[in-house]
Ligand binder design. Structure first.
Ligand SMILES: CC(C)(COP(=O)(O)OP(=O)(O)OC[C@H]1O[C@@H](n2cnc3c(N)ncnc32)[C@H](O)[C@@H]1OP(=O)(O)O)[C@@H](O)C(=O)NCCC(=O)NCCS
Length: 173
């Protein structure tokens, strides 16, 4: 029996998160070449960088945890710190063997609820082509397509309006 909890990643679980993050980046983003994935993992999304981002609140990482097994982290959503009233989800993944169990949808729901709590009026994500159906099913709206965008892939732009734009949120910090 699986019991899934979504929560914010704490520093003591950074290693476990990063293993899952690296595994999914290597296996499940077929549009990125091997050297691009290596670049992400050795230059951009290093464990040390996540450590810094967690300490400075520069990113928020939501994790899906199976509370009943030894391997606890089974999915994640890496969120940029809200900017201009928008919360952007940078990465989303669920372990391959546990997909199609509603875990991705729960991460999306938790992301939206986090964004609402921050006072954001919008959430946005850039989807690789093979995840397009998933985002449609989660109720996000297709807002456009970028051809051969960053790091050489087509991206479907999804978003959802979740509130009214508020100046005090947009200009905070
Ligand atoms: C995309 C991903 C996060 C989805 O996670 P998941 O836990 O399998 O998603 P869910 O089980 O919550 O799916 C929600 C709905 O989307 C559907 N769905 C999920 N993945 C799908 C896919 N690849 N194609 C079509 N439909 C899909 C599910 O069947 C479900 O539909 P339902 O409401 O009719 O039952 C997961 O497949 C993944 O990690 N993929 C690799 C990384 C990736 O592509 N991340 C997104 C990058 S932008």
């Amino acid at each position: 029996m699986m019991e899934v909890k979504i929560e914010k990643l704490q520093m003591q679980n950074l290693d476990e998160f990063w293993q899952v993050f690296a595994q999914i980046l290597k296996a499940d983003f077929p549009g990125y070449s091997k050297s691009v994935v290596d670049y992400f993992l050795t230059r951009m999304y290093l464990k040390d960088n996540f450590d810094h981002w967690l300490k400075t609140d520069w990113k928020v990482i939501l994790i899906a945890k199976n509370t009943k097994t030894e391997v606890k982290i089974i999915g994640f959503a890496v969120l940029d710190k809200p900017y201009g009233g928008v919360c952007f989800c940078r990465w989303l993944g669920v372990l391959p063997e546990l997909r199609k169990n509603g875990i991705g949808r729960r991460l999306i729901e938790e992301w939206i609820s986090y964004a609402k709590n921050c006072g954001c009026d919008k959430v946005e994500i850039a989807s690789q082509p093979n995840a397009k159906k998933f985002y449609e099913k989660c109720g996000l709206n297709l807002e456009g397509k970028r051809n051969l965008s960053y790091f050489g892939i087509d991206q479907f732009i999804f978003g959802k309006v979740i509130g009214e734009p508020r100046d005090e949120v947009m200009v905070s910090e």
